[in-house]
Design a binder for this molecule. Structure first.
Ligand SMILES: *[C@@H]1O[C@H](CO)[C@@H](O)[C@H](O)[C@H]1NC(C)=O
Ligand SMILES: *[C@@H]1O[C@H](CO)[C@@H](O)[C@H](O)[C@H]1NC(C)=O
Length: 299
């Protein structure tokens, strides 16, 4: 692709932006429900009836919490790994991120694990082995990032607060990989990235009151040089994607798992156009007041 600044020399910034935008699909917490996950991925044009990637050059981000509460842990990680392998052949990309439940299982906190789910591993001991950093799931999960930025869109499970924003996304991800063995070994979390204020647990952007929260959101996005942040973690029990602060915060945990009511739905980002994809159809979520495009110079 021609670098953005070359376009900018001859053409308007808008043309440059249009040339760069990729279709992004984001799906929040899956919590052990394979059937509703497949339904959602199909609705969003990511997979066919045989679970093969048909998303072309779509970037598919899954913001973590694939497991716990439900039973389909192994099948869901198998599917996500398969799609991540298949997508690049058509220019697509699958970006799975860590949620707090992935981290809980890596550190041996099985509070939300069901008996039926343990049975899918064989035995309790088999499950313990699977989540070690050299086990078949631990090895995969230990490589995942906590946050990702795609074309000015920041994704993470819980939210990046203003202090973590100052570290920047790349440093957060490096700390995750540096500190993971320490935390898994039951030692103190050196930089707090796995803690309550960290990107997998933080709930401020989902719960703090508007309009007060919006100024802090804007400051945080300016630090991150991003247009918006897309998060899961805080379930929307009406099954609807929540947009806050003129679309600068988008909460995509719609309670997909049957445990939360089994709502199917995904967020689609196409340039500045935001769309919710539900069983009942597509809903335009594009804010009437556009974001200030703080990262425009980076495009
Ligand atoms: C993928 O490309 C095909 C052929 O151009 C098109 O029909 C289909 O709608 C595209 N799917 C997505 C998800 O963009
Ligand atoms: C994790 O993020 C870093 C940048 O923050 C990136 O270089 C790396 O490729 C990412 N890893 C994966 C597995 O996506």
């Amino acid at each position: 692709m021609i670098p953005c600044y070359l376009y900018a020399l001859a053409l308007s910034a808008l043309t440059c932006f249009v040339a760069q935008a990729r279709r992004i699909v984001a799906v929040g917490d899956l919590h052990g429900d394979l059937a509703n996950s497949r339904k959602t991925f199909r609705m969003a044009g990511l997979i066919d009836d045989d679970d093969r990637w048909i998303g072309n050059d779509t970037v598919f981000v899954q913001t973590g919490d694939v497991l716990d509460r439900g039973t389909d842990t192994i099948a869901l990680y198998d599917l996500l790994r398969k799609l991540r392998d298949e997508a690049p052949a058509t220019g697509g990309e699958v970006i799975p991120l860590l949620g707090n439940h992935e981290v809980m299982n890596l550190i041996g906190d099985w509070r939300y694990v069901t008996r039926q789910e343990i049975d899918t591993f064989g035995s309790y001991e088999d499950r313990v082995k699977a989540f070690r950093l050299d086990g078949f799931l631990g090895e995969y999960l230990g490589e995942l990032n906590m946050t990702a930025v795609v074309d000015g869109n920041v994704f993470c499970h819980g939210g990046i607060d203003i202090n973590f924003a100052k570290l920047g996304v790349d440093t957060i991800n490096s700390f995750v990989h540096e500190d993971m063995p320490v935390v898994v070994g039951q030692h103190k979390d050196p930089h707090g990235v796995f803690g309550e204020q960290g990107p997998t647990w933080y709930r401020g952007w989902a719960l703090d009151k508007e309009p007060g929260v919006c100024e802090a959101v804007q400051q945080t996005l300016s630090i991150l040089k991003a247009d918006r942040m897309i998060i899961g973690h805080t379930p929307q029990l009406d099954g609807q994607i929540l947009t806050r602060c003129d679309g600068k915060i988008i909460v995509i945990d719609i309670g997909l798992s049957w445990v939360y009511g089994g709502h199917a739905g995904a967020l689609e980002i196409d340039g500045e156009k935001l769309t919710a994809i539900y069983k009942s159809g597509r809903v335009d979520l594009t804010p009437s007041r556009p974001p200030p495009f703080v990262h425009q110079e980076l495009r």
